[in-house]
Ligand binder design. Structure first.
Ligand SMILES: [Zn+2]
Length: 152
């Protein structure tokens, strides 16, 4: 341990590390300290579990249990899954229109703009049933297809 008093520095040997920590915390009942990360508990079985998984200071205890070769692994907590009431599959088609923004200073030159011209989507419910797919095509290039999609 390094002790400092203004300009004086002194290393000192710690004979009873756990007694020192007990003095610091002021808790005088039996405690179990982890030497690697200074985790403390009053339960011996908790410390035993912690010691097996401790990786040291600044690292959370981590237990890695790899399956044996040939073991079957499958998700078991199906009841904990969230059910999505519906899923929307959507696709846009765009036209590559020559960009008018050619004068910027960036080394990357923007040659074209992607202008949406149509979209299609289908809504599938949680039971697998689906509504009729919706297809929308713009009548001319001035139409704002993105805004039409958001209004659907
Ligand atoms: Zn630890």
């Amino acid at each position: 341990m390094l002790l400092q008093d203004e300009d004086n520095w002194h290393y000192t040997y710690i004979k009873g590390f756990h007694r020192l920590l007990r003095h610091v915390t002021g808790y005088h009942k039996r405690q179990f300290w982890c030497d690697k990360c200074l985790y403390v508990t009053t339960y011996e079985h908790v410390m035993k579990t912690h010691t097996e998984d401790c990786l040291g200071i600044d690292k959370s205890p981590c237990r890695i249990d790899m399956p044996q070769k040939g073991d079957l692994i499958q998700f078991q907590n199906i009841r904990k899954q969230l059910k999505a009431p519906f899923i929307i599959y959507c696709d846009f088609e765009c036209l590559n229109v020559k960009s008018s923004d050619m004068g910027n200073q960036s080394p990357t030159k923007k040659l074209t703009d992607h202008v949406p011209c149509s979209f299609s989507y289908v809504v599938v419910k949680f039971d697998g049933s689906a509504k009729e797919p919706v297809l929308y095509r713009a009548c001319d290039s001035s139409e704002n297809v993105s805004e039409t999609f958001l209004n659907e």
